[in-house]
Design a protein around this ligand. Structure first.
Ligand code: GLA
Length: 367
């Protein structure tokens, strides 16, 4: 047994466009980012997994010879991954794992998917698994989040942090998992992440409510025609077949955002950043008016950002209800952009923003 230290990293992700489409079988365009979670790993000679984190005061301890129970807080993600991987027949090794994140937790940058995928990768690698299947790893982690933690998220986060590719965004069909990596070449412009510093609790939020409203929309359409997911509905289906008003608004977002992802993919390939920016703005408005997941903090950011010189597009990113936004800003204007936006936000909301400049990174791995 080796008592040496091994190091691993899993990125967070930012969704460039395509929000709340993954669990509706639509297209999304996320990218893995250079902010993420680092882990140092040591083998143990007993039957325990002991995890600690610089971000949380409690240690999570699992005795592999005993049944795994739920635990409040971050330990639930750890326990879910250990349990679900164990259930696949993997011989889980006894380990000591120390996590250090430079990814803010609960801010819409996939801190939970990053933790799940990182641990799932570590356990497989430390168990000596050859050719770790990253897509299967992402799917297992999504099951953990859906069924063990209880958040009915889609596959976007786990998929992007597991399979990410440096300097590329991925256009992912969440129904079939077919995907294409597209180079992100923004020239004189750059993406910047803006944290509203309004905390967002996924499990306690309206996330599951949105999911069930979309199920209502899908079921109403299914009464008239056979479709697999809301992402397949046409605009006519949405307007003519859905009677429930709220469900219809949610479905309209899904239809239009899906079109926007495809247009944004074209714009990115053609280097048409102005078009990309316009699509980001339209995405935000749809998330505000039809999907209703923004709130005053995220609206203040997106709607003011685009009035500032150099910014050509801005939108909330992630689940919404607080968390982060993303803006496309001329590199030479980034400092004055940050200062101006922060000033507006402080005077309206009363506290400061945080800004993260980042690179698009590779997915999980030993490094
Ligand atoms: C969260 C979920 C994702 C996705 C986004 C919204 O990040 O975990 O699966 O639904 O919200 O696009």
């Amino acid at each position: 047994m080796s008592f040496e230290i091994r190091k691993y990293f899993c990125p967070g992700r930012v969704c460039l466009i395509g929000e709340h489409l993954d669990y509706n079988g639509g297209f999304v365009m996320p990218a893995a980012i250079s902010l993420g979670i680092h882990a140092t790993v040591k083998s143990r000679s007993d039957t325990k997994i002991i995890c600690s984190s610089a971000q949380f005061s409690n240690t999570v301890e699992i005795d592999l010879s005993k049944p795994i129970e739920h635990e409040p807080g971050w330990g639930n993600y750890v326990k879910g991954v250990v349990k679900y991987l164990g259930d696949t027949g993997l011989k889980i090794p006894a380990l000591e794992v120390e996590f250090v994140a430079d990814l803010p937790s609960g801010a819409g940058l996939s801190s939970s998917a990053s933790l799940e995928v990182l641990l799932a990768y570590i356990l497989q690698n430390e168990a000596g698994a050859e050719d770790i299947n990253l897509i299967k790893t992402a799917l297992l982690c999504k099951d953990v989040e859906n069924d063990f933690v209880g958040v009915k998220c889609g596959i976007m986060d786990q998929f992007s942090v597991a399979t990410g590719k440096k300097e590329h965004a991925v256009i992912l069909n969440c129904e079939t998992l077919e995907h294409e990596f597209v180079p992100v070449k923004t020239g004189d412009y750059g993406f910047i992440i803006i944290n509203s510093n309004k905390r967002r609790e996924l499990a306690g939020s309206k996330f599951n409510e949105r999911k069930s409203e979309c199920e209502t929309a899908l079921n109403e359409i299914k009464k008239h025609k056979p479709i697999r997911s809301l992402g397949e509905a046409t605009k006519e289906d949405v307007l003519n077949l859905i009677k429930n008003n709220t469900a219809q608004k949610r479905a309209l977002h899904v239809f239009e955002e899906n079109q926007r992802v495809l247009l944004a993919g074209k714009a990115l390939k053609q280097g048409d950043l102005f078009q990309f920016g316009k699509l980001m703005n339209a995405s935000h408005q749809s998330l505000k008016n039809n999907y209703e997941v923004t709130g005053i903090e995220l609206d203040t950011i997106a709607e003011n950002a685009i009035t500032i010189d150099g910014c050509i597009g801005a939108r909330m990113t992630g689940a919404g209800f607080g968390g982060c936004s993303i803006a496309l800003v001329k590199k030479s204007e980034i400092n004055s952009f940050k200062q101006k936006l922060n000033q507006i936000y402080m005077s309206k909301i009363g506290y400061a923003l945080s800004f993260y400049e980042f690179e698009i990174s590779d997915g999980v791995g030993q490094r």
